[in-house]
Structure formats: structure tokens, C-alpha cells
Ligand binder design. Sequence first.
Ligand code: SF4
Length: 317
Amino acid sequence: MYPAYLKAGHNGTLKQLCEQARKMLESCSICPRRCKVNRLKGEQGFCKTGLLPKVCSFMPHHGEEPPISGERGSGTIFFSHCNMACTYCQNYEFSQLEEGREVEFEELAGFMLQLQDMGCHNINFVTPTHVMPQILQALIIAIPKGLKIPLVYNTGGYELAQVIKLLDGIVDIYMPDMRYADNDMAVKYSQAPDYPQYNQQALEQMHRQVGVADRDNAGIIRRGLIIRHLVLPQNISGTEKIMQFIAGKLSPEAYISLMSQYLPCYKAEEFPEINRRITSAEYEAAQKIMRACGLNNGWIQESHGLDRFAGTNIKPI
Ligand code: SF4
């Protein structure tokens, strides 16, 4: 059955998974931070989110990777807050400040259905990690009302593999970042201790579930893993180690989006070494490493410095 969640919705598995995920909120251990707060009672941990999910915006997005946006756009839902705290975040108004509002599960289900009605190719959850149980809850409401387009799990990649395991048979397209290969960098720029270790374990789990990205006749990805690697100034992202991991532990066929659009936003000015865009030479060096590792499947941005939010109006709901 496609998308995968339809089967899980009809045979009762989704309800069981949802219950299991919801229990994890009681002493929250949804992500590597393991804050242990009781989110069922509204307590908040690092991600500043209690029981109800907070949404900043939802809309058809035409600036994602071409096999995700297609012609009709990717049905993007931008969640507020995040389990990372990137000093340079482009979305800081809602990822780290307060933009957005709490929504009931019915309303979240309604957003998904509206995006489907607008013709979007998929539902693209941006920063879903800290609200994964809430997404499952909304999915239970949306399926009987006719939701039938695939889900994209668009995550910063600071994930627990055992939590990702719960999404087996629910998510068809994983789109995680591989942001850092070096723990010191992850701590310094994103306050994410042990990011490389958690990130790599989670990607192995994602790859096990959905494999290499599979495109339909129109070039749209229907199922599989899309790995995003944001090239940061001065090779802070550790491109070589990351590409070696992908080629060696996942697959030389893995679909990679090599991102050149780094913008020094939010608190980047406090760190002179990242307070600039990347140079053409830095992007080309990352491309060469990718090729040298035998990785030839993916999206290289032809126009270096392309801003994927250009022309996209993220209007708060
Ligand atoms: S999801 Fe939020 S509250 Fe739960 S462990 Fe992660 S950061 Fe902490």
C-alpha cells in the first residue's frame, strides 16, 4: 500500500505506535536531549513545546529540492521550536524565538488535508522531531478524511535511532541533515552534544527503512532517503568524513543534496569565522569530495549561493 501509513492506519498499527510515542512524552525522551519533563502535563524542555504542537506556517513550497517540490510544490508545515539551537539559523524567528501558535491535533490534520487539496506532492514536516507523537495523533485523524500523499520527515538530524524505528511503515521519505562530523563543532554552533554519533545511527535506521530514493516517471521522489549536507564556511561541517560515512555505511547510490545556501543569520555575527556566505571554492571543494567518494546521485546547486527561500513567503498562521 502506498503511502506506507495507509496500511498502518487501516490495520491498527498506527494507533499502537501513537500510544507508544505518546507515553514517551510523560518523561520526555523523544530526542537525544532526554529532558525527562512531563509534556503530557504541559511541561517544557529544551524544545519549549508542551503537549500541543506549535505551528508557524503551512504552504506549498516550491524551493525544496526539485524531486520534492515538483511542479505543484511540497506541502510544507513549519513547526515552531527545535531540539537544536543553531547559532546561524535561517528560521530563527520560529525555530528559536516565539513565532507560531499552538494548534489542536484536528487543526494539524486539517493543514495536511488542505495542502493535499492544493495539489501538493507530499506533506513535508519541517523540524518534526520534538512533535513526532503529535504528528502521529493528527495522522490518525487525517487518514479517514482522505489523506493519501506521502510524508516527508524533514529533520535537522539530531535524532534517536530507536525513536526513528517507530516510524517504520509510516514515513516514506526521510530528508535529514548531516550537519556536522565533529562533536566540538556541533556543540559550538548548535548546542547539540554527540550530534555525529546520534545523526549517523539515525540515518542508518532511516536507510534501512526506506532505502535509496526512488523516483516516479515525472522525477518526483516517492520513497527513500534524501541526505542534506549544508556546506559551512571553513569546512566546519566536516564534508569528507560525512561523505565517507554515506558511501561506506549507507550506499554509494544515496541521494545527496549538497547545499550552498548558507546565510549568516541570527547570532552568526558573534562568530567571525561563520559570519559570511561560503565561497565558490568552498562549494566546489565539497563537490569534489562527494565525487571522490563515489557519490554521484543527488542535487548539486548550479547557482552557488542560491537562496531556497527566495520567493517563498513564510506567513505566520
Ligand atoms: S523532544 Fe524536547 S523535551 Fe523532549 S527530549 Fe527533546 S528537547 Fe527535550
